[in-house]
Design a protein around this ligand. Structure first.
Ligand SMILES: Nc1ncnc2c1ncn2[C@@H]1O[C@H](COP(=O)(O)OP(=O)(O)OP(=O)(O)O)[C@@H](O)[C@H]1O
Length: 700
């Protein structure tokens, strides 16, 4: 029988969960996240603010910001960094005289959530004094907003018009440990700006950042005769402040044995929590839409077969490919007698407070990009998370009352095998988008740029080569006009942007924008264990001989004709949430296309031009079927890498001779996702330099 570790026990040494269903066994971890400092209950917002650990440091923080160009603040998850520090800055006058304060977050969802919390705490309407800007959405008021929450990507885009970010008096880079490409570019540029604008204050905040290495990065190189390292009384040496204490206790439990199937184990763990633990919602971390759909399917089966055990469970998926309205469901209060189970990717990992969450279940994995500049292949791989991520995930519990975290991996694994921090994204990604962003910001010497972690020169050279062949950079590695500047204006992967621009010239932008929107979600299909046969059959109703891109157009047409019906989606094994997102993104892309002067036009049924437009963007991902391959092996034209068509593609087992793909995923093999047939002569048309140089005998 289960014996959960009861709060208040010093350090239990017994097994905590005993699962007869063959699920997971947990032992309590020795690293339970510190102890509770305050009780809980209802209190006025002002009282709640004063109870947060960061409150005791208010004056120290303001003093350091006043006297130092850069302040690095490390404090436990939930200690109040994100919601409080920007408010302290306003209270201390940093937003007086028409100046602005910015706080960056790596993810859109966090930007929306924290800005709305801060507006509530300040008693103002979101979009007035406090606002937010994310890609495609600006909820600020030019005359009133003094505090703006933004994704780091948005702040980079603002630099295109205002390179020194002159509107801002202080910028807080939050969750800096995440080290996304945008965060790293931003840190490098902010350091540059500080040299020109010493009055700009930077605050770098995180629960899990290596403060010393961040301080080393911001420490200016010593000039001769500069003993004090001060400029006009302002210390240029970064200050480091550690905020001690956290809101509420989170008891950590580890799996006793390594887990074979983390999706199944996560579902079993939630059911055990539901059976044996007191009220409180559950947040489960899986890796992507596919895992999440599989878990939702398992819950639905459980609900049908074992009503009693699962009664009261309300299961909600959460991933970036969900439409806005569905994402927001996770913030709605749980009805009495119900238990909400949010199954999320790592978009809920940092900064979010979901009020009802008491239990966190952490699979220990996330989807991560890995790029090999030699083969020029970027894979999306399910890989172990770092200890920093694990800590962030646990930190989603214990925010408004004590919580528990169940890790689906052993303590031994956590202590001895997990890396302390993840590898910065810039060192494991294709750099095409990054180079174009820097070029658009006028940074010409990209290799000489001051990076917090240097990308590999091979990856840089590869990116320059691709951008040159896409016609985005010229012989002097400057943005071309108009293509290069237009691509830089579209906040998407440059290959997709190039495809959209080409479609305007080819007269098929309506279709290509639909395809671009469909590529922005992980999958438009419902796929889950046990229903593969039915879903494959349903897919055949839409399958186009040209491949997945044209198939998307067929599905979109059907969805449109059904008046966006959820029943239609259900009947056809099409993911309704994903289709709603496609419609949402499509509208946003149409607005961007119009803004940069592209022609919106449909080619009706001429699919050849659609395919040519896709090729104009993705020619670098061309592959040829190996002549004597029995198992459908292709080789990429660029790196001669062995790749296969993904089973989810309508071209799986069809194996046409020439294809291009949108992305690769690695499991046992490298699989191409979203595949389209091509005529190889289009490659020479789309990228003559690229293919004539590399493949002089391409067509033979
Ligand atoms: N939407 C909300 N509803 C209720 N309480 C909230 C909300 N947002 C924040 N809080 C309270 O404020 C606390 C501090 O949140 P905040 O996001 O500022 O912490 P943080 O130190 O930035 O944490 P993290 O490192 O996890 O982002 C939370 O632990 C919670 O008690």
């Amino acid at each position: 029988m289960a014996q959960f570790w009861k709060p208040g026990t010093e350090k239990p040494d017994a097994q905590v969960v005993d699962d007869e269903e063959g699920g997971v066994l947990f032992i309590p971890g020795s690293n339970s996240l510190s102890s509770s400092s305050s009780g809980y209950g209802y209190a006025s917002i002002e009282k709640q603010r004063q109870r947060l650990p960061v409150y005791k440091y208010r004056n120290a923080i303001l003093y350091l910001v006043e006297t130092h160009a850069t302040t690095i603040i490390v404090g436990e998850t939930g200690s109040g960094k994100t919601t409080q520090i920007p408010q302290y800055l306003i209270e201390a006058g940093w937003a007086a005289g028409g100046r602005l304060i910015a706080c960056t977050q790596p993810r859109r969802l966090a930007v929306q959530a924290v800005s709305s919390r801060v507006a509530q705490e300040m008693g103002v309407k979101l979009g007035d004094q406090v606002g937010y800007t994310i890609r495609f959405e600006d909820v600020t008021n030019q005359d009133e907003t003094v505090l703006k929450f933004v994704t780091d990507g948005v702040l980079l885009r603002e630099m295109m018009n205002d390179p020194l970010l002159t509107k801002y008096s202080a910028i807080m880079v939050d969750e800096a440990h995440e080290r996304s490409i945008s965060t790293d570019i931003l840190l490098g540029l902010l350091k540059k700006i500080q040299r020109r604008r010493p009055e700009l204050r930077l605050i770098i905040a995180s629960a899990t950042i290596e403060a010393k290495s961040m301080a080393d990065f911001f420490r200016p190189r010593k000039k001769r005769r500069e003993p004090e390292n001060e400029e006009n009384g302002l210390k240029v040496e970064p200050a480091i402040l550690s905020v001690e204490g956290r809101g509420f206790n989170v008891q950590i439990n580890f799996a006793e044995e390594p887990v074979q199937d983390y999706v199944q184990a996560a579902v079993s763990t939630v059911l055990l929590i539901h059976e044996r633990e007191s009220t409180g919602d559950v947040l489960v971390f899986l890796t992507g839409q596919d895992d999440i759909d599989a878990a939702v399917h398992l819950f639905n089966e459980e609900i049908q077969t074992n009503r009693k055990r699962s009664s009261g469970l309300v299961v909600l998926p959460l991933y970036s490919g969900l439409p806005r309205a569905d994402q927001e469901l996770v913030f709605t209060p749980t009805a009495r007698g119900k238990r909400k189970v949010v199954i999320s990717t790592n978009i809920a990992e940092t900064s979010l407070t979901l009020e009802g969450i008491v239990y966190v279940v952490d699979s220990g994995f996330s989807k991560q990009r890995f790029y090999n500049p030699i083969s020029d292949i970027e894979n999306l791989v399910v890989a172990p998370i770092s200890r920093a991520s694990a800590k962030q995930r646990a930190g989603r519990a214990g925010r408004v009352r004590p919580g528990k975290c169940y890790r689906l991996y052993t303590e031994e694994y956590f202590l001895n095998h997990m890396s302390n921090e993840g590898i910065p994204e810039i060192q494991r990604s294709n750099l095409v988008s990054c180079v174009i962003q820097l070029k658009a910001l006028g940074i010409d010497n990209i290799l000489g740029f001051d990076w917090p972690a240097s990308p590999s020169p091979e990856a840089m050279i590869r990116a320059l080569e691709v951008l040159y062949s896409l016609g985005i950079l010229d012989d002097d590695a400057k943005l071309t006009s108009p293509t290069g500047f237009q691509v830089a204006e579209i906040p998407l992967d440059p290959m997709i942007s190039k495809m959209i621009i080409a479609s305007s010239q080819l007269g098929c932008s309506e279709e290509i924008i639909t395809i671009a929107a469909a590529l922005s979600v992980q999958s438009i299909w419902i796929s889950a264990r046990g229903i593969q046969k039915e879903s494959d059959e349903a897919k055949l109703r839409f399958a186009a001989a040209e491949g997945d891109h044209v198939t998307f157009l067929n599905v979109y047409k059907g969805f449109h004709q059904s008046r966006k019906s959820s029943q239609w989606c259900h009947k056809n094994f099409v993911n309704y949430h994903a289709m709603k997102k496609v419609v949402e993104v499509r509208e946003q892309l149409k607005r961007v296309a119009q803004r940069i002067g592209l022609v919106l036009k449909s080619c009706e049924s001429d699919m050849q031009v659609v395919k040519k437009a896709v090729t104009a963007g993705f020619f670098a991902n061309a592959c040829r079927l190996e002549p004597y391959s029995h198992d459908g092996m292709y080789k990429t034209l660029r790196g001669s890498e062995e790749v296969y068509i993904h089973p989810s593609s309508v071209l799986f087992r069809v194996n046409p001779k020439w294809v291009i793909f949108n992305s690769l995923v690695s499991t046992d093999r490298k699989y191409m996702r979203n595949v389209m047939t091509i005529d190889p002569s289009w490659l020479l048309e789309a990228a003559p330099h690229f293919y004539q140089l590399q493949q002089p005998n391409l067509l033979h």
